[in-house]
Design a protein around this ligand. Sequence first.
Ligand code: NAD
Ligand code: DAU
Length: 343
Amino acid sequence: MRILVTGGAGFIGSNFARLVTKERPEWETIVLDKLTYAGNPANVRDLRAMQGFSFVQGDICDKALVGDLIPGCDAVVNFAAETHVDRSLAGADDFVRTDILGTNTMLEVVRHHPRIRYLQVSTDEVYGSLPTGSAVEDSPLNPGNPYSASKAGGDLLALSYHRSFGLDVVITRSSNNFGPYQYPEKVMPLFLTNVLEGKPVPLYGDGMNVRDWLFVEDNCRGVLTVLEKGVSGEVYNIGAGNELPNIEVTMMILDAVGASSDMIRYVEDRPGHDRRYSLKCDKIARLGWAPSGDFPGQLSRTAAWYRDNRAWWEPLKSGEFKDYYRRMYEGRRGYSETSPVSG
Ligand code: NAD
Ligand code: DAU
């Protein structure tokens, strides 16, 4: 078995490559990654010495490159994407390019090699905000921001290649992942590392938006389950049932690093901020997958990882990130570096 893992130097892709090299040591794993700002060779450094692992720097939109790499593989697992909602609100060109056009570029290659299984990694965000209830796999798609609209485009293309050309396509749609190696723009590593630097945490709006928190290793096991057992043409939701308002998660994060609610700054909301995501995951449960549970324990292990791995995240928060942070937060209503009491 030889698999191409695109976006394998990012957060979830690198955790997936690590899981596969450990649990399927007989497989060959090729990581293809463009190394955008979110891709980091350090995320897979420990894997480079492993037998059967190789790394290629390149773009999933590069027809010639994917045309060379894909035909020798048995499966493609497409994690490669632009992934941050706030960045998509600032400009969506790269999202449309990678998340839609990149997906199509690979599907076009797979079309001529129909024995290859193609797994598209997608998100619960494609269902949009749900005031009540939970999305099932054939719930309508109702993406609310340019990131999720681009992801929905990728999903629909992948399904259309199954229906039109009989390609062996499966899709996973997971909720919010957290764990080691997550780029510190996303809320959990941003808040953890801000506090470790003595900086406040910017909580959007009223802090009552709800996300379902899924430990990254659980998601990776879900993706592997679908890769091995998923039925062609089907979509599988992956969630953990840890639906919590952001303020509660923020309090748990602060607690995990010994800080108090004084660190919270309620800042101007994200435009179009989806209020609540929720997934029904019976379909993947029938394939034998279940989340491992213990959200508080997983969160405190994650906090310990960021506390113990400053050498991993400190370089990421310097340079371009400082400009990004300034643009994104420092002019935002409600943001201040000083405490509301003293300042
Ligand atoms: P990430 O931003 O950490 O990593 C994305 C990776 O893709 C990076 O290594 C980047 O260099 C690479 N990449 C970007 N454009 C590329 C291109 N054109 N060609 C090749 N490589 C490219 O993202 P993540 O959080 O690990 O997400 C991985 C996938 O999972 C994405 O498809 C995302 O939509 C999906 N997803 C993420 C979450 C989450 O909570 N993080 C939840 C559900 C679904
Ligand atoms: O739901 C799955 C999605 O989860 C993935 O598809 C995306 O790739 C991933 O980025 C994530 O999207 P979110 O927008 O939910 O993640 P983010 O970490 O940006 O925000 C989580 C919640 O925290 C959201 O309600 C917004 C809020 N937030 C976020 C940031 C960055 C804050 O309150 N303050 C912040 O500074």
